[in-house]
Ligand binder design. Structure first.
Ligand code: SAH
Length: 387
């Protein structure tokens, strides 16, 4: 079969030369390529630009794989996956669960591979990546000899590519619950049904960083299965951790038992109510953690999201003891760091607190950020000290 061809507009070509990996449909001049195929890209003058996944439906028509004139075959993908894994060997410490491949940021657009001990979870989020699913599974099996590989292809973005949403076993066997240590703490993960692929791996380094600021009484407001709470427990006298999901709290309690931790109280509750209640009751803490779900899921919800972030940060600052630490996160891509800092600054002003920025953090290094592709940066984690 002849290789597909896509001609990209001047603007699209400049975007690629700058280091971005996407070309939008409006910048495609013509295409003779099947959806999901790997196409040869040229500009309007016929200059070679690279090879890319071509999508027949998504607004992101082109996802660049290489700017070199090389074959994109099994060996190509195996080398990329191996390079991604080698980098993780350098940066992942004391953890059996981490992101092995982070799509565009590892130059493997729309492919995600997460490792949980001896098991792997993959997501193929574009037509191009999805078409190569079996090939990826075979490469992963060969490179890492996992006991099982599960596809968590249930994210909504698959709709934009005309792909169905599915969770299915692709290799070996994947039990309903898997134990994997993060930062030396044992966590249970449900790869089939848990949030994301089974855990918030992107917060792993922030869990560890936050330890330095834990002492006395700590409040973890959106705890899920105890990520921050259990990591900080050893440094605190008492940790209170809440989540709206009863199921998450149940697993959090089991994680606590698994580690023989005794000073964390998990409770099913709404963080907004709890923060308000403690503010009214004038109860104070030495550290508060805020790690809510993405309040801004898209551009249209930015205004409401800003109000939500301001509200919880205001309450949290009000219940901090003098010199207390606020660890506050936002995983909304649509709220850039500068805006997040502004929101928290306004909250500090309303709370009449003077606040130091102690650390400006982001997603863990196994979720690298591509310098020329802001879309790969979504998580903000500020560590603040309220004077
Ligand atoms: N901090 C966790 C991840 C949190 S994900 C970690 O590091 O692993 C966000 C969590 O917020 C989810 O578990 C969700 O159930 C919970 N949540 C959403 N809205 C909430 C609310 N109003 N009050 C309390 N928890 C809420």
């Amino acid at each position: 079969m002849a290789e597909g061809q896509v001609i990209v507009s001047q603007r699209g070509a400049e975007r690629l030369r700058y280091g971005h990996l996407w070309v939008y449909r409006s910048d495609v001049r013509s295409s003779h390529a099947e959806g999901g195929s790997i196409a040869r890209l040229t500009d309007e003058h016929g200059n070679f630009l690279g090879r890319a996944f071509f999508s027949s439906l998504s607004q992101i028509a082109v996802r660049l794989l290489t700017r070199e004139d090389v074959p994109v075959d099994r060996a190509f993908f195996a080398a990329r996956i191996r390079a991604a894994a080698d980098y993780r060997k350098r940066i992942v410490e004391d953890s059996e669960a981490y992101r092995l491949v982070y799509s565009e940021a590892d130059l493997l657009p729309s492919l995600i591979v997460d490792r949980y001990s001896d098991w792997l979870v993959i997501q193929t989020l574009s037509q191009g990546a999805d078409r190569l699913k079996e090939e990826f599974v075979s490469i992963l099996a060969e490179l890492f000899s996992p006991r099982g590989i599960l596809e968590r292809n249930d994210p909504r973005v698959r709709d934009l590519e005309g792909l169905d949403r599915r969770v299915s076993l692709l290799f070996g066997d994947v039990p309903s619950e898997i134990e994997a240590r993060r930062n030396g703490i044992r966590f249970l993960h449900d790869l089939h049904k848990g949030q994301k692929t089974g855990g918030f791996l992107d917060q792993r380094e922030n869990h560890r960083a936050a330890m330095a600021y834990a002492s006395g009484s700590v409040l973890d407001c959106f705890t899920y299965q105890g990520g921050f709470a259990l990591t900080l427990a050893a440094r605190a006298d008492q940790v209170e951790a809440i989540d709206m999901s009863g199921q998450a709290i149940e697993v959090a309690r089991r994680n606590q038992d698994l580690n023989g931790i005794r000073n964390v109280t998990f409770r099913e509750a709404n963080a907004f109510d709890v923060l308000n209640g403690y503010d009214e009751a004038k109860r104070t803490f030495d550290a508060v953690i805020l790690d809510p779900p993405a309040f801004a899921k898209n551009r249209d919800s930015i205004a409401a999201a800003v109000r939500g972030y301001r509200e919880i940060n205001l309450r949290a600052l009000k219940i901090l003891k003098p010199g207390g630490f606020l660890i506050t996160c936002s995983c909304s891509y649509h709220i850039p760091e500068a805006l997040f800092i502004q929101i928290v600054a306004e909250a500090a002003n309303d709370a009449r607190r003077i606040v130091q920025i102690v650390e400006r953090r982001t997603q863990s290094r196994d979720h690298p950020i591509l310098l020329t592709m802001p879309e790969t940066h979504y998580l903000k984690c500020l560590i603040l000290r309220a004077l």
